[in-house]
Design a protein around this ligand. Sequence first.
Ligand code: SAM
Length: 240
Amino acid sequence: MTEDAIAAKGWTARILTLFPDMFPGPLGQSLAGKALEKGIWRCETMDIRDFATDRHRTVDDTPFGGGAGMVMRPDVIDAALAAAMRDHAGPAIYLTPRGRLLKQDLVRDLATGPGVVVLCGRYEGLDERVIEARQLLEVSLGDFVLSGGEPAALALIDACVRLLPGVMGAEETLAEESFNTGLLEYPHYTRPAEWNGRKVPEVLMSGHHEKIRQWRHAEAEETTRLRRPDLWDAYQKRGA
Ligand code: SAM
């Protein structure tokens, strides 16, 4: 397939998994689901088991060196990746707690490309040699252990899809949200103006756009300073 033909398909998430029925799952609903229906993005699954070569369709084996659990075989995974990447120009991502933490800058990069090939691990994970040989981009959702890569794939794809042109309504929703400015977002309020004795900050009812902007910016700074000193340091160093 030519690069033009790949681009014409739209942003494509191709997911390698032992549980293809988990997709699109929640991504078939709401914003991502509507975008899927409109053809703004494509969700393709490949069953890793289809690349096994024995009659039991085995994809894993015991670890060399002993220890608990099973390891996904490099030959099976490599065959699945070869098929997945044949007509897909996006990066091949392996979701793993050992990977680079998923952050909004990576999400933005991925959303502006042709899509992603996402490999969902199970058991103890992948044989290291296929990670090296295929130069997989290792990405982690956070410092915790899921039972499989599928929930992480859903999160990563959701974060990308909502940035695709035509998926979200108002562009400023994206511009102001957490991480785009280097800050966490300011707090939100809606009706009723008083709820259980709690009032909405007066400035938000003032109709004074500049004062509201300043208040929100100050709140975003304060929230970031208190909750995320790492982001706050980076923000200050940038001199924003
Ligand atoms: N033995 C691995 C370890 O200690 O790092 C955990 C394996 S976990 C039970 C099975 C699979 O879930 C992993 O191969 C990976 O694909 C996925 N997974 C688990 N936690 C994850 C996380 N925080 N981010 C991304 N993927 C994760």
